[in-house]
Design a protein around this ligand. Sequence first.
Ligand code: HEM
Length: 126
Amino acid sequence: MAASESEPLTTEMKEFSMEEIASHTTEEDLWMIIGNRVVDLSKFDDHPGGPDVLESAAGTDATEEFDQIAHSSAAKKQVEDFVIGKLEGTQIISLDDGAGGTGESSTVFTILAIVLAIFFYFYLKK
Ligand code: HEM
């Protein structure tokens, strides 16, 4: 599933070197890496987290910072609006993997817990 999601993104993507990305660090010319995507945030004037955090991450791989503040899925989708390419020699990393993964497994555990509760309820009733 993850592979088919990232394929359309990776096939026709322009590749940029780390040096190239690291040279776009001003407010008007601001690039960074998020999950191996190269994003051009020069026109992202209304970042809800403020312009300062973006400027301090300019020209770097901000994947961890982006993850750490637990951006909403709307924010993760919005990242795609700014993608101009990818870091050379890499594969795009799905930003939803972590959240989707835990979401899925917690659903499984919830269902399992309910099934077990029902089971024990009838078992103990006997
Ligand atoms: C294309 C890149 C980015 C997009 C589209 C984006 C979008 C957003 C959005 C929509 C929000 C509002 C809250 C939410 O919906 O999650 C937000 C909040 C925030 N973002 Fe970003 N963001 C980006 C990159 C970054 C980066 C690289 C950092 C840190 C270095 C950062 C730090 C923050 C912080 C600190 C907040 C405020 C959280 C809060 O008030 O609770 N963002 N961002």
